[in-house]
Design a protein around this ligand. Structure first.
Ligand code: SAH
Length: 378
């Protein structure tokens, strides 16, 4: 895709050329490819399953400690299958430790974040799919910095495995638990890194030992509305939860809030989401960051209500988390309440979430939405 038709449109779909590719990892491969690579390296195919058990069931990526594997194979495995992809730089916690933001350094020094959130009934990790983002939404901190590069399936999966390990080993207050939900709402536009996010979704949802065995319904893929991506996802036959970051029902404002709207309009995005819903039976989420006096007027709530009243969608209203230097801020409580009232008047399901961990969110608006998306859709 090219932006040449519209020089005003500063969207980046192709990542800048990378100097050094991230090392290939077990989690970049399908179960069949893992076996094939093992055989190529002179390792019996059944060892691929053993590796999967260590990695996805025990969250252990250190072959040195894999006592059921002959010592002479462990070194090859470490080199060829489990190179270290992400290194923890720092964790920041709040809510008495129940919310934790982890900052990861990748092999080339690039930094990405994930956020782990424990609730009474579930534990959710919000992960990054790209370092930076090319979609240039003006209210989003990640968008301001542009796209550094796509993450590999291994780098995306590693964030989830680290979260699963933290849960299982009792690092969060409340004792050991199971990671139950994954949301692609950290840095990046998942649909602009489609193959890698799909490989990682398969790693997350495949039953053990080939994957983590987290139900597809508990995985949310959030998009600015890349219709080609939504269409591909529709064909995957995998009932993940789709979230569409709409932010306004009218094209005029959406052209500025979500610049990709100049390529795919509100109507096209909703039609693609409807087809996803028809194919999967899954209600989708509409994400809507409420921005004071920008998109929070009663007439916009009315327009949104009319757009959604006959659709199987659920609106998540996110109070805007202002980015540093931004002229925009969250809506007044009164306007927010009125927005909700109008939508409910149309019979549209709507929730407003107060944001978990806002104090550790710093320059990033994503955390707010992660909180919302992890609300079970049913
Ligand atoms: N690129 C994807 C996923 C990452 S962002 C997408 O746009 O859906 C996850 C959610 O956080 C999106 O709905 C995004 O619009 C929202 N968001 C970004 N910045 C925000 C901010 N400053 N305040 C509130 N929500 C924000």
């Amino acid at each position: 895709m090219s932006n040449e038709a519209n020089p005003e449109l500063k969207l980046v779909f192709d990542e800048p050329k990378q100097k050094v590719k991230p090392p290939k990892h077990f989690a970049d491969l399908s179960p069949e490819e893992r076996k094939a690579l093992a055989l190529e390296l002179g390792i019996p195919a059944f060892r691929a399953k053993q590796m999967a058990v260590h990695f996805f069931t025990h969250f252990n990526d250190d072959p040195e400690s894999w006592s059921d594997i002959p010592k002479e194979l462990r070194e090859t495995m470490a080199k060829e299958f489990t190179p270290k992809l992400i290194t923890l730089v720092r964790s920041i916690t709040c809510d008495g430790g129940k919310t934790r933001k982890d900052l990861w350094k990748l092999h080339d020094g690039v930094l990405v974040e994930s956020v782990l959130m424990r609730y009474t009934d579930r534990t959710t990790v919000c992960i990054s799919s790209q370092a930076g983002c090319g979609m240039n939404c003006p209210f989003c901190a990640t968008g301001q910095a542009g796209l550094t590069r796509n993450l590999t399936a291994g780098e995306i999966t590693a964030q989830v495995v680290a979260a699963a390990k933290a849960c299982a080993s009792g690092e969060l207050p409340g004792g050991p638990t199971r990671l139950s939900n994954v949301v692609f709402m950290g840095m990046g536009e998942p649909m602009a890194n489609y193959n890698a996010i799909m490989r990682s979704v398969r790693n997350i949802t495949s039953p053990q030992p080939d994957g983590l065995g987290i139900g597809a319904r508990s995985v949310t893929v959030s998009t600015v509305g890349l219709v080609n991506g939504i269409e591909k996802l529709t064909k995957e036959n995998l009932p993940v939860t789709l979230a569409v970051s709409l932010h306004t029902p009218d094209d005029e404002l959406r052209d500025t809030l979500v610049p990709i709207n100049s390529r795919w309009k509100v109507r096209e995005v909703l039609e693609a989401a409807d087809k996803y819903e028809a194919a999967t039976g899954r209600r989708y989420s509409i994400e809507y960051a409420l921005i004071r006096d920008i998109n929070d007027q009663a007439w916009r709530a009315d327009l949104l209500g009319r757009l959604l009243r006959n659709r199987n969608a659920h609106v998540n209203l996110i109070p805007l988390n202002p980015t540093p230097g931004s002229k925009w801020t969250a809506s007044r409580p009164h306007d927010e309440a009125e927005f909700v009232r109008i939508l409910e008047g149309y019979g549209v399901a709507v929730t407003v979430r107060d944001t978990r961990g806002r104090e550790i969110d710093g320059a990033c608006g994503q955390l707010a939405a992660a909180e919302i998306a992890s609300t079970p859709a049913e």
